[in-house]
Design a protein around this ligand. Structure first.
Ligand SMILES: C[S@@+](CC[C@H](N)C(=O)[O-])C[C@H]1O[C@@H](n2cnc3c(N)ncnc32)[C@H](O)[C@@H]1O
Length: 190
C-alpha cells in the first residue's frame, strides 16, 4: 500500500547539530525585517521560527510545514496554550513535495533548509514533486526583492546546491551571499 512519506520522528532544537533555524531568526532580526511573509520548511518540534517571530515584535507571519505527526501535535498544543501565536504562526502537516501553488500567498522569505534530505522514491510512488519542482513552485511565490534560503550545513547540501544552480538559470534569482550557515538567493526586482 502506498503511504505518505511522512517523518516518523521528531526534532528538538540542537544548535550544535543544526543551527539553521536559529541563524534564520538571527538573520531576520539583524536585517530588521518587519511585517514579512515567511515560508518555513521543517518546523522542528521546537517551532522556534514561528515562536520567535511572534515574540520579537517583528509582526512577521510564518507558514511552516512539518511531515512529522509528533511535531504537528506539538504545534496544536502550543497554539491551544498560546492563542495569540495563531495570529502570525500557522503550521501544517504534509509533504512539501505536494505543495500546490494555488494555495500559496506571496512570500518575502522562503526557507528551504532541508531540500534533498527527505525526498526519496517513496515520494515518487504518489507522484510527488522533485526537489527542483518544489523549489520552483515556492520561488515563483517570492516577491521581487524577496529571498530563498538554503542551509549549508545540511547533509544533502550538494542536492540543494544543484537545485540552486537551476534556480538561478530558470528564474530571475541572483546569488545574494551568505549569513552564518545560510546561503541566500534574491529575486530580482521587476
Ligand atoms: C531534522 S528536522 C529539522 C527541524 C528544524 N528545521 C531544525 O533545524 O531544528 C527536519 C524537519 O523537516 C520536516 N520534514 C521532513 N520531510 C518533510 C516533508 N516531506 N515535507 C515537509 N516537512 C518535512 C520534519 O518534519 C522536520 O520538521
Amino acid at each position: 500500500m502506498t503511504k505518505l512519506n511522512f517523518w516518523n520522528e521528531t526534532w528538538s532544537l540542537d544548535e550544535a547539530q543544526c543551527p539553521c533555524d536559529l541563524h534564520f531568526v538571527d538573520y531576520l532580526e539583524e536585517k530588521g525585517v518587519k511585517g514579512a511573509a515567511i515560508f518555513h520548511f521543517g518546523t522542528g518540534n521546537h517551532h522556534i521560527v514561528g515562536l520567535k517571530m511572534a515574540q520579537n515584535g517583528s509582526n512577521n507571519a510564518v507558514l511552516g510545514i512539518t511531515a512529522s505527526p509528533q511535531e504537528y501535535d506539538d504545534y496544536v498544543e502550543l497554539l491551544i496554550k498560546n492563542p495569540r501565536l495563531g495570529h502570525t504562526y500557522k503550521a501544517y502537516f504534509g509533504d512539501i513535495y505536494q505543495i500546490d501553488a494555488r494555495l500559496l500567498p506571496e512570500f518575502d522569505y522562503v526557507a528551504l533548509f532541508h531540500v534533498g534530505e527527505f525526498r526519496t522514491p517513496e515520494n515518487d510512488a504518489y507522484g510527488a514533486l522533485t526537489d527542483l519542482d518544489m523549489t520552483l513552485v515556492l520561488a515563483d511565490k517570492v516577491k521581487p526583492g524577496g529571498e530563498v534560503l538554503f542551509y549549508k550545513g545540511s547533509f544533502a547540501y550538494d542536492k540543494a546546491e544543484a537545485v540552486a544552480k537551476e534556480l538561478v538559470k530558470l528564474r530571475p534569482f541572483d546569488d545574494a551571499g551568505e549569513f552564518k550557515s545560510l546561503k541566500i538567493y534574491r529575486k530580482r526586482a521587476r
